[in-house]
Design a binder for this molecule. Structure first.
Ligand code: MG
Length: 258
């Protein structure tokens, strides 16, 4: 009994000492701290030049497509010249040509891309203006004509396909240019190589409006099945644009590695 009493007394003393120490740390203003002591001056933040207008590439961006040559930065899925065509300064998907992928591979990045679904509306649901932007060849941000075109909510424009619906539908009319600004953080993997240590994270602005707010992906994009079952360790990957059989156009594609 005596022993128990002694232990309780020690614990009480310890906790009161801890509380006092904590209060000292949390003291809002210490007279000895000056404003200058919390200012960080060096190294100076890197200076870059912004684009002329919103959506234009800043000076530190890698331009992946600027309206001219497609072969400089892109290939088909097998590394051969792509059959996608350049028309009026836009990169146009060609039915049956398959995906187009960037030659360069990326890890963490900010990506700007503009896209347009056909002004002549045909098809419905997933069959209207379907394409997609795949991050690291794994994770699809859906491109779709979602203007007056109902489909499943986690498969419409701005969705992380079959994982997250967009927060709002901010689609422009078919035939009008739209933009995605994407911020992507690549996953890290556990030693088992089939589970994430930290999952991939994605933020998307559609036409300047936030539609995905730093969401954590469950696994690679799959049409059928549970994403978790398809996780497999991967490194840097290409940006891939999907050929879903609809003539979707792209322009002004640039990326900044983070
Ligand atoms: Mg798609």
């Amino acid at each position: 009994m005596k022993k128990l009493y002694a232990i309780s007394l020690i614990l009480l003393l310890c906790s009161s000492t801890f509380l006092k120490a904590q209060q000292a740390v949390l003291k809002p203003v210490d007279e000895k701290i000056t404003p200058g002591m919390t200012e960080v001056w060096d190294p100076e933040v890197k200076i870059i030049q912004p684009g002329e207008k919103p959506g234009d590439a800043p000076t530190d961006a890698i331009v992946l497509f600027n309206g001219n040559d497609v072969s400089a930065e892109w290939t088909d899925n097998d590394g051969k010249p792509s059959k996608w065509v350049v028309e009026n300064g836009a990169l146009l998907s060609v039915k049956g040509a398959g995906v187009i992928k960037s030659k360069r591979k990326f890890t963490n990045f900010q990506l700007h891309i503009e896209w347009k679904t056909p002004s002549e509306v045909s098809g419905e649901s997933q069959g209207r203006g379907n394409s997609g932007v795949f991050l690291q060849e794994q994770y699809e941000i859906q491109v779709l004509d979602s203007y007056n075109n109902r489909t499943y909510r986690n498969g419409q424009a701005g969705s992380l396909y079959k994982q997250y619906a967009p927060l709002v539908n901010v689609s422009r009319k078919p035939g009008e240019w739209q933009s995605y600004d994407i911020i992507y953080t690549a996953p890290t993997f556990n030693s088992d190589t089939v589970t994430y240590y930290t999952p991939p994270k994605v933020t998307v602005l559609h036409n300047g409006v936030l539609v995905q707010n730093n969401v954590s992906l469950r696994g690679p994009t799959v049409y059928i099945g549970v994403p978790e079952y398809f996780v497999k360790k991967h490194g840097p990957g290409s940006v891939v644009l999907q050929d879903h059989g609809n003539p979707v156009a792209y322009r002004n594609i640039w990326i900044r590695e983070l």
